[in-house]
Design a protein around this ligand. Structure first.
Ligand SMILES: *Cc1c(COP(=O)(O)O)cnc(C)c1O
Length: 393
C-alpha cells in the first residue's frame, strides 16, 4: 500500500493493472502542470474570460435578517453552464491537452457533468464521449440534447441499475481499453488517486476567492463554511483554504432523501460502511452482502452511493462534520431563497442553504457563515413544480 495515494485509510488505486501506469502518468503531468506558469496563466485566462470568474461572495441581507446570523453566498451558480463543475472540467481538459490527448471521456448521472465536459471539449476541439445510464437518459432528456448540440457522443449504458454507478463502471472500462488515446474527465472528488487530489486542486478556486472576499468584507474568518456533498467536489473546493484554519467549522450536507430511517436517501457518511467502488476506498451505501445500494435524493446531483476519500478522512479525524437534510427541508429552503433573495438555487445547493438556516438559529448577528451556492435551479423547475403538486394532493 502506497501511503501517498491514501487519506488515512481512504482512497488508494483500486483499478486494473493496465491503468496503474496511466494514473502515474496523470499524477506526474498534473504535478508538473500546476507548477508551470504558462499552464496557470492559461487556466486563469479561461476561468476569467470564459467561465466568468471570480464569482461574487454575496451577503444575503434579507436571508440573514430572517435567520439571525450573517449568511454569505458563494455564487457558483453564476458560472458558465450554471454550476461549479466547469471549474474542474476546464482544468482537466487543459491538462489533457497538455498531455497531447485528442479524446475525452466522462460519466454523467443527471447530465450536469456531461454537459460541462461536452462544453469544454467543444472549446478545446476534442472528441467527447459521455457514458450515461439508460434511466438517467430518459429522466434528463434536455441534458442529453445539450450534450449532442455541443457535439458529444452519448453512450447509453443498460447494465445494472442503468444509472450513474453503472455509467461510471462503463467509463472506467472504456478508459482501460483506450489507454493512451483518451483522457478520463472525472466529475467529482472521487475515483482512484490522483483524481480526488486533482479535482480538489481545480475546485479550490472557490475557497481561495471566498476567503479573500470574506476578509475584505469582514476583516476576519467566518465561523463556519457549509456546502452540499454528492461526490464531494464543491464541498472540498469550499473547504480547501479553510482546512488549516482550526477555528472555522467545516460542514458537509448530504441528502437524507425521504428520511434516513426510510432507507431512501444518499447519506453515504451517515449510514455508509467502508468499501471499494470506482477505484477508491471510502464510505459507501452497501447492502449487507456488500452490493452497492441505490442512492436516492430529489436532487439528481446528490444521489451518488459514495463520497470522496478526503471527506471520509475529514470525518474520521473530526476536522469536518457531516449532516443531512431531507427533500422536504431542501425544497422549503429553496422556496425561502427564491422569495427572500430572488435567487432560484439548484436543489443540490438548497440542501446547504437548509442546513445554514438551522445552524443560523444557534448563532448571533455578529457571527457569519459562508454557504457554497453550487448551482442554479433553472434545470430543476420541473422537479420542483412536480413536488409542489404532489404536496397539494
Ligand atoms: C453535481 C452537483 C453537485 C454535487 O456534486 P459534488 O461533486 O458533491 O459537488 C452539487 N451541486 C450542483 C449544482 C451540482 O451540479
Amino acid at each position: 500500500m502506497n501511503s501517498k495515494t491514501y487519506y488515512g485509510q481512504f482512497g488508494g488505486q483500486f483499478v486494473s493493472e493496465s491503468l496503474m501506469n496511466t494514473l502515474k502518468e496523470l499524477d506526474l503531468a498534473y504535478e508538473s502542470a500546476v507548477k508551470d506558469t504558462q499552464f496557470k496563466e492559461e487556466l486563469q485566462y479561461y476561468l476569467r474570460q470564459y467561465v466568468g470568474r471570480e464569482t461574487p461572495l454575496y451577503y444575503a441581507k434579507r436571508l440573514s435578517e430572517a435567520y439571525g446570523t450573517k449568511i454569505y453566498l458563494k455564487r457558483e451558480d453564476l458560472n458558465h453552464t450554471g454550476a461549479h463543475k466547469i471549474n474542474n472540467v476546464i482544468g482537466q481538459i487543459l491538462l489533457a491537452k497538455r498531455m497531447g490527448k485528442k479524446k475525452v471521456i466522462a460519466e454523467t448521472g443527471a447530465g450536469q457533468h456531461g454537459v460541462a465536459t461536452a462544453t469544454g471539449a467543444a472549446l478545446f476541439h476534442m472528441e467527447c464521449t459521455v457514458f450515461m445510464g439508460e434511466e438517467d437518459m430518459e429522466r434528463q432528456e434536455l441534458n442529453v440534447m445539450r450534450m449532442k448540440l455541443l457535439g458529444a457522443k452519448v453512450v447509453c449504458v443498460t447494465s445494472g441499475s442503468k444509472t450513474l454507478k453503472d455509467a461510471t463502471n462503463e467509463a472506467i472500462r472504456a478508459w482501460a481499453k483506450m489507454g493512451e488515446d483518451a483522457f478520463y474527465v472525472i466529475g467529482s472528488a472521487v475515483g482512484p488517486y490522483p483524481y480526488p487530489k486533482i479535482v480538489k486542486g481545480f475546485q479550490s478556486v472557490i475557497s481561495r476567492e471566498a476567503k479573500q472576499q470574506f476578509f475584505q468584507a469582514e476583516q476576519r474568518l467566518p465561523e463556519a463554511v457549509i456546502a452540499c456533498v454528492g461526490g464531494g467536489s464543491n464541498s472540498i473546493g469550499m473547504f480547501a483554504e479553510f482546512i488549516s484554519e482550526k477555528d472555522v467549522e467545516l460542514i458537509g450536507v448530504e441528502a437524507a432523501g425521504e428520511g434516513i430511517e426510510t432507507g431512501r436517501h444518499a447519506a453515504a457518511m451517515a449510514e455508509g460502511e467502508v468499501g471499494v467502488l470506482h477505484g477508491m476506498k471510502s464510505y459507501l451505501l452497501q447492502e449487507p452482502d456488500g452490493n452497492i445500494r441505490l442512492a436516492y435524493s430529489i436532487s439528481a446531483g446528490l444521489d451518488y452511493p459514495g463520497v470522496g476519500p478526503e471527506h471520509a478522512y475529514l470525518k474520521e479525524t473530526g476536522r469536518a462534520s457531516y449532516v443531512s437534510v431531507t427533500d422536504q427541508e431542501a425544497l422549503d429552503a429553496l422556496m425561502q431563497l427564491c422569495r427572500l433573495e430572488g435567487i432560484i438555487p439548484a436543489v443540490e445547493s438548497a440542501h446547504a442553504i437548509a442546513y445554514a438556516m438551522k445552524k443560523a438559529k444557534t448563532m448571533t448577528m455578529g457571527q457569519a457563515v459562508i454557504v457554497c451556492l453550487s448551482g442554479r435551479g433553472d434545470k430543476d423547475v420541473h422537479t420542483i413544480s412536480q413536488y409542489l403538486k404532489q404536496q397539494e394532493n
